[in-house]
Design a protein around this ligand. Structure first.
Ligand code: ATP
Length: 875
């Protein structure tokens, strides 16, 4: 075991066979092949065979196996064969679904897997974290997630949060010095460890171990990360299924007893073995009819399909739970810049020397203009390569201005090197850098006016620099207000000549130079998306680091801010008591100049009112707020890895409108699941009612176990999946968000389930009586065929609350296909003589088949009629 922290940097690099120019791409490829991907094995994944076998560990299947064994004893070998065939077919279907759902989740995972900046062949590139190899030189910056263990080679005030490894939540200062002697992990300050977060500073790190060899990899087996977590919906449906199964088993026992007693009382001479077996088979059939075995897998499939659709629409779901919560979202707190606006900044007016001028009026020969131009270009980390801006759009807008007046920023930058810097952060809202120009040290600053103006003691004017007066400040503030009211973003520029060390404590005593205003137009789709949100009963709230007036102006443009609404700044929010915030919160639609801590308080206040809150964020400091929100949303393009890690959804396009689409999808997924569950349960109810009726009325069994098996495991599952694929309806966004506390089993739902089940049971029993005119076997065949067909028709009813005429038959071709496949399967059993003994059916006459068709469609006609009348009345 190498002790990297005790080696010098050179030793580390030599051992790894790398320089600060990084590995060659060939070498990296070779190492990747040799040592494997940089991933943590989240406990062994189940093999396909294991998945297949696990399908048999199910209450229903166990009951079925018992049924199959009973069948052998009762001499009904065909039945045994069919039951086993169906069980195996069902297990295959289950396995395919499981593997498919897992694959789709896996592909989602890879969409949201973090990236890493590495140096290879001397060039800094961004690669997938899974491709990082031992010996890679990683560039770490604030907001990055550390994806491998490594030794720090160059350190620039790196601070790291290692809580995932050490449990210690305070940030650790790192360095690149050699450590002598043996020290525990937490004290290896020249090392960084996979799973930690960079909270501040920068560093160059040589990767010393990856994947399972990292410190977190060593304890990964202790973590239960791999345990499949079920969503609340799955849990509640599981619970429901279990409860139902228990009730059913009790009913089965009662029915079994009843049957025995009837047989006994009818033929007191003796209860023969056949009779007992028959009664037993009957009880088993009832259990098979009633247990909604497809429930769990339907939820999984519909959710998996929903997340895939969302991913295609740029919303990557990291946590399946989010799909369900999305449908309940009632407040969306969104960043402004880049999410609601385009983040395409263009400089508009410039306030300098007491006047507001256009960029083409800037002149290098005027001293104050020169100071401004230097500050714009040097105190700036962006660049323009091949006409494309790289870095912060606010910053490259400044470079564009420089170019627009015929100057070249590279010429200016090449001659001067940056000596010190305090980078921009959204808490301080400013940045400063130090340069030596013409032999004099200059500190250049830019940032928000409210943080810079009070730090200014002088002002640059046409006639040179002089102390700043209250009147100057009044004029500046007035101009700032004017720009802001036009929705412009305003940056303030200041400087000082000083050779003192630059730090957050010395960013004072500046000379004010001027204001640069820039426009960042709203995204075209924002206005519509905001309107959609409001229509959907969701409150959109703007949260921004920008100025209050600018933010309000933009919020008005896109419809977030209405008359009577309030805008507050972070400072005003800090001054508010909890009660006051509680009282005002529903009116506050803009929060300006907020700090990340403010965001947490805003989420908390809404949640206390019972709302489901979605919050966007991109910075390192946004992580706690993203975690606190019900749906934390990170930005795929501009977001830091840390924010992506904390979020439950990532917007690939950073677009507010994508959140609204995701909400609509979330609502649709829930609705489809609910409809599919209604379909399955009402169908089961029909079976239960029919069995109970015949057993109370001392009639022969309406179904054989294989009949119910055939329906539940084959013909019923296809329509259920088709219902899950139903496209969102137009009115999806004109309803209030769902209350998260009301699950699926609402009163209305249960009423529909029993009502529709009873309808289908009635026609099934009518068919039974018709067949009973001939004999018991025909009665059973007719009941079975009618129940199957009626349930296939019922698939159309459960597509939506709306009538099929409003929906259109062809709007969900899957449901049409499911119907015809079902009809084909049923016809196969009914019309192919070879199948008759296997499925215990009798050959039917044309008239009987006609009756079956007629009876089976009646419930659907009635249900559709009720829907149509409902639609008319509503109109
Ligand atoms: P949002 O939170 O909606 O994304 P934002 O991008 O305006 O809004 P921040 O990036 O935190 O929020 O910026 C806050 C303020 O800091 C801006 O209004 C601006 O005055 C100042 N600012 C922004 N970018 C820079 C920068 N690169 N250098 C100096 N100051 C900046």
């Amino acid at each position: 075991m190498k002790q990297w922290y005790r080696m010098s940097k050179d030793e580390v690099l030599n051992t790894l066979g790398v320089t600060t120019d990084g590995l060659s791409s060939d070498k990296a490829k070779e190492l990747l092949e040799k040592n494997g991907k940089n991933v943590l094995q989240e406990s062994k994944k189940k093999s396909v065979l294991q998945v297949f076998l696990s399908q048999f560990a199910d209450l229903l299947v166990i009951i079925l196996i018992i049924a199959a064994i009973i069948s052998i004893f009762s001499g009904n070998l065909e039945s045994t064969i069919v039951i086993f065939a169906v069980i195996i077919l069902n297990a295959i279907l289950g396995t395919v679904q499981h593997v498919k759902a897992e694959k789709s989740l896996e592909s989602l995972k890879s969409l949201s897997s973090p990236s890493a900046k590495v140096i290879r062949d001397g060039v800094k590139i961004e690669i997938d974290s899974t491709d990082v190899v031992e010996g890679d030189i990683i560039v770490l910056e604030a907001g990055d997630l550390i994806v491998a263990d490594g030794r720090i080679i160059n350190n620039y005030s790196l601070q790291v949060n290692e809580s995932s490894l050490t449990g210690e939540s305070t940030n650790v200062d790192k360095n690149d010095e050699v450590i002598s002697g043996e020290v525990p992990l937490a004290d290896r300050t020249n090392m960084v460890f996979s799973g930690s977060l960079v909270t501040y500073g920068r560093a160059l790190v040589a990767v010393t171990s990856t994947g399972m060899n990292t410190e977190i990899g060593k304890i990964a087996s202790l973590m239960n990360a791999a345990k499949e977590k079920k969503t609340p919906l799955q849990v509640s449906l599981d619970k429901f299924s279990k409860m139902l199964a228990t009730v059913i088993i009790i009913i089965c026992v009662v029915v079994f007893g009843l049957n025995l007693w009837q047989n006994f009382s009818l033929e007191p001479v003796g209860l023969n073995q056949d009779k007992i077996l028959n009664a037993l088979m009957f009880a088993v059939a009832l259990a098979v009819a009633a247990i909604p075995e497809a429930l769990g897998s339907i939820v999984t499939i519909v959710q998996a399909m929903g997340t895939q659709k969302m991913a295609r629409e740029n919303a990557v779901i990291k946590d399946l739970k989010a799909v369900e919560s999305l449908g309940c979202v009632s407040v969306i707190c969104s960043d402004k810049t880049g999410t609601l606006t385009q983040n395409k900044m263009t400089v508009q007016k410039i306030y300098i020397n007491g006047e507001s001028i256009r960029e083409d009026q800037l002149d290098l020969n005027i001293e104050s203009h020169r100071h401004l131009l230097y500050d714009m270009v040097l105190n700036n980390d962006s660049s323009i390569v091949d006409g494309k801006g790289i870095g912060d759009p606010t910053e490259y807008a400044l470079l564009e201005t420089f170019r627009n007046i015929g100057l070249d920023e590279n010429l200016m930058r090449n001659g001067l090197s940056r000596i010190e810097e305090v980078p921009f952060d959204s808490d301080r809202k400013m940045m400063s850098t130090k340069y030596k120009m013409h032999g004099v040290y200059h500190i250049l600053t830019k940032g928000a006016l409210d943080v810079i103006l009070d730090r200014c003691i002088k002002i640059a004017t046409k006639d040179g620099v002089r102390p700043i007066t209250d009147e100057d400040k009044r004029l500046i503030l007035e101009q700032n207000k004017k720009y802001s009211e036009e929705g412009l973003r305003v940056l303030t520029f200041a400087y000082k000549e000083s050779d003192e060390a630059l730090s957050v404590d010395t960013e004072y005593d500046y000379t004010f130079i001027g204001l640069v205003s820039m426009i960042d137009p709203p995204r075209e789709e924002s206005k519509q998306a905001v309107a959609d949100a409001i229509r959907a009963g969701i409150k959109p709230v703007m949260i921004t680091g920008d100025h209050k007036i600018t933010a309000t102006a933009i919020a008005k443009q896109i419809g977030i801010f209405h008359d009577g609404d309030i805008a507050v700044t972070g400072l005003e929010l800090d001054a508010m008591s909890d009660d006051e915030l509680d009282e005002k919160i529903e009116k506050i639609s803009v929060y300006a100049r907020v700090s990340p801590e403010n965001k947490i308080r805003i989420v908390d206040a809404w949640q206390k009112k019972g709302h489901i809150v979605s919050m966007t964020g991109d910075g390192v400091n946004d992580a706690p707020a993203l975690k606190k929100a019900d749906i934390g949303v990170a930005m795929g393009i501009t977001g830091t890895e840390v924010s992506k890690d904390a979020a439950s959804m990532i917007l690939q396009d950073d677009n507010f409108a994508t959140i609204i689409k995701a909400v609509a999808n979330g609502r649709n997924v829930f609705r489809n699941i609910k409809n599919a569950v209604l379909f399955l349960l009402s169908g089961n109810m029909a079976g239960i009612f029919a069995v109970l009726y015949t057993s109370i009325m001392v009639l022969p069994q309406p179904f054989e176990a294989v009949h119910l098996l055939f329906i539940n495991l084959l013909t019923d599952s296809l329509p259920a999946i088709a219902i899950g694929m139903e496209k969102p309806e137009k009115d999806l966004l004109s309803q209030k968000p769902r209350d998260p506390k009301t699950g699926i089993m609402t009163k209305d739902f249960v009423a529909l389930m029993f009502g529709q089940g009873a309808l289908i049971a009635v026609v099934t029993l009518v068919a039974f009586y018709l067949g009973y005119q001939v004999n018991a076997a025909t009665a059973s065949t007719m009941a079975f065929a009618t129940l199957t067909l009626a349930r296939l028709f019922h698939g159309f009813n459960c597509r939506s609350r709306n009538s099929i005429f409003k929906l259109g038959f062809t709007s969900n071709l899957y449901s049409v296909a499911a119907f015809f496949v079902g009809v084909f399967l049923l016809s196969f059993v009914l019309f192919v003589p070879f199948m008759h003994p296997l499925f215990s059916v009798e050959a039917l006459t044309g008239a009987q088949i006609g009756f079956i068709g007629l009876l089976a469609v009646i419930p659907t006609i009635i249900i559709q009629l009720i829907k149509v009348i409902g639609e008319r009345v509503k109109k």
